[in-house]
Design a protein around this ligand. Structure first.
Ligand SMILES: Nc1ncnc2c1ncn2[C@@H]1O[C@H](COP(=O)(O)OP(=O)(O)OP(=O)(O)O)[C@@H](O)[C@H]1O
Length: 593
């Protein structure tokens, strides 16, 4: 039974909360006391073992005002990711500490539409103020004069007001920006975003606007000297790709990404640490300091790694936040998933050349598109030194993944799934099933607009892909209606072209010899995807076989693996084991049909 009314958070000394009802006699046996660790405080909380994780989060929302979707709870090194599972399913007991990690984006997306029909989106850190937004608009050559007036609910807002304050307490508010003489801007919150419409009353203004009457001066210096004091350039900065195999050539897009990120660092722009997420993630700026170029995630700042900046405890046994993952292996997986996201036009570096290249001197580089079928942002393994990262023990070189920053209008978490095109959902589904992704929540899919105005989904955060076991596979898209639609012919064709053996060889060529357990997971997930698609199953039907319904109940794919393990003789080859998996899988699929 889940009962929000029976869960409570009690105040710590000095805390304003005063809610800790005595346990009713009929439940007194079942009550346990947990402690919620957040922002340096420890808040006691009484829960029933039969409470769901969702109801625990609801109580935290009730007492602390933090929405459930912005909460991530970690206990004993494991994320309590399944909201419908019970406190007892996760084995929580009296005195356990729940680490509460907030999932709040630092970036506010602002959509601007001008009278000239120009449209653009920009990201503003929530800690910025209204004056900064005005300057950003002026910088975009919107020809808006500096003396704009901003009204919120009819009252003027000063330039010093923070974006965070405006978006936090005024979810239904409409902000009007009046630009003297020429244009009027309306800003309406749309989900987590603001949409600004700029309305110019006279044709004259439109002409002036198009002609570029007030051309965009570079305000970046003044913005920064005013809002974020520039720190002196650090001479000991560097960033370079880690290339294990000298035969690998980086594609120009990745080379450019590294170069421009280096320029941004050399120009004195400090990495901006994201306050969202469980690990350390840094937004890297361009030379002007006004545009995000890439996201750097160092391995030593991953959840439960030694320098994790979120206060998550160090993992004693090396297991990551998700079952079947290891601390410090996230960055290599981020890169591997990008490499294995083969373009539709042909497999990435897949040809007989790869094998020849091991013995001969054929140099492999990316052939064709850098963007794959699922659109994983270009990602590369790098080493980077900068004092702006978390260095409790002194500044040192960090290894991690560097991923292209993708412009977006928020994530799938901010909107209902009905607007997502079927094909966009299917491309993510194919990627996640292949990679046995243990962390596909809606917040890890960014939403953007393509050139044709169509919604495009961008998968990010692949540090928990290619795990050692299937135990924690989770796919949020499973519950979206698009997952119950059949794959298109194109997608079936793409799935048919997949080959786990070639994928393993490709990763090896790029320098990552997968642990045998992870290679086995990739082989089995690819096998299931191919067999399922061939039989005409939907992403839902296949994905459902890979996910546990509750923490305790094994998924179909786990049962298949277990049955195969019980069937083969000890010492059998991997090929014999996979043959056995294949026939059990065929039987299970037949039963399903
Ligand atoms: N390629 C990208 N383009 C734009 N924004 C990104 C990109 N990668 C990550 N972000 C943003 O950076 C923040 C942190 O990233 P991310 O979620 O990958 O970190 P994490 O610590 O692994 O998080 P989680 O706890 O969800 O696993 C998020 O706000 C995310 O939206």
């Amino acid at each position: 039974m889940s009962s929000a009314g029976l869960v409570s958070i009690a105040p710590v000394r000095g805390d304003s909360m005063t809610f800790l009802p005595p346990p009713s006699p009929e439940h007194s046996q079942e009550f346990i006391m947990l402690f919620v660790a957040m922002s340096g405080t420890m808040v006691p909380m009484r829960v029933l073992e039969s409470d769901s994780i969702e109801s625990v989060k609801i109580q935290i929302q009730f007492c602390k005002g933090i929405f459930t979707r912005n909460q991530k709870l970690v206990c004993g090194g494991r994320e309590l990711a399944r909201n419908n599972s019970l406190v007892r399913d996760y084995g929580l007991s009296d005195g356990n500490v729940l680490h509460l990690v907030l999932r709040l984006s630092d970036l506010q997306v602002i959509n601007v539409r001008t009278c000239c029909g120009k449209e653009f989106t920009f990201h503003v850190e929530r800690s910025r103020n209204v004056g900064y937004v005005k300057r950003k608009i002026a910088n975009k050559k919107l020809e808006l004069i500096e003396d704009q007036e901003v009204l919120l609910n009819g009252k003027p807002i000063e330039d010093q007001r923070l974006i965070n304050d405006l978006s936090k307490n005024n979810a239904d508010a409409v902000i009007h920006l009046f630009v003297r003489k020429s244009a009027k801007i309306r800003a309406a919150p749309v989900g987590k975003n603001f949409e600004l419409s700029i309305i110019a009353p006279q044709q004259k203004d439109i002409r002036e606007c198009d002609a570029g009457r007030v051309s965009g001066q570079d305000h970046s210096e003044s913005e920064h000297s005013f809002y974020v004091p520039r720190k002196p350039p650090d001479r000991e900065i560097f960033l370079e790709p880690i290339i294990v195999n000298p035969k690998v050539e980086l594609p120009p897009e990745i080379g450019n990404l590294i170069n421009s990120t280096v320029n941004g660092l050399y120009n004195g722009n400090y990495p901006v640490r994201s306050s969202e997420g469980t690990g350390g993630a840094y937004f890297m700026l361009d030379k002007s300091g006004t545009k995000y170029l890439s996201v750097f995630k160092p391995v030593d700042e991953e959840p439960m790694a030694v320098n994790n900046p979120r206060g998550l405890p160090f993992s004693e046994d090396g297991e990551g936040l998700k079952k079947g993952t290891r601390v410090g292996e996230g960055a290599i997986r981020e890169c591997a998933v990008f490499l294995l996201d083969h373009p539709k036009s042909g497999r990435r570096s897949f040809s007989g050349d790869i094998r020849r290249s091991f013995s001969g001197d054929v140099r492999r580089s990316f052939s064709g598109d850098v963007r794959g079928f699922a659109g994983v942002p270009p990602t590369v393994y790098v080493r980077c030194r900068h004092r702006g990262f978390n260095h409790p023990g002194g500044v040192s070189v960090k290894i991690g993944s560097l991923q292209m920053f993708m412009e977006n209008n928020g994530s799938c978490e901010d909107m209902g799934p009905s607007a997502f095109p079927v094909q966009e959902v299917h491309k993510i589904a194919v990627l996640d099933m292949r990679m046995a992704n243990a962390d596909r929540h809606a917040g890890n899919i960014l939403v953007s607009k393509g050139e044709d105005g169509q919604t495009v989904l961008i998968p990010i955060d692949h540090g928990y892909c290619l795990p050692y076991s299937f135990e924690d596979c989770t796919f949020d898209w499973l519950y979206w209606p698009q997952a119950r639609q059949p794959f298109s012919t194109d997608t079936i064709e793409y799935i048919r072209s997949l080959d786990a053996e070639d994928d393993i060889t490709l990763l090896k060529f790029y320098g990552w010899e997968m642990p045998p357990e992870c290679a086995r997971v990739l082989r089995i997930s690819t096998m299931l995807l191919k067999k399922g698609a061939q039989k005409g199953l939907t992403p839902y039907a296949i994905g459902n076989m890979m996910c546990r319904e509750t923490v305790k109940k094994e998924s179909v794919i786990e049962e298949i693996v277990q049955e195969a393990q019980d069937s083969v003789l000890p010492g059998s080859s991997e090929a014999a084991f996979l043959d056995c998996v294949s026939s059990i899988m065929d039987r299970r699929l037949e039963e399903m049909m």
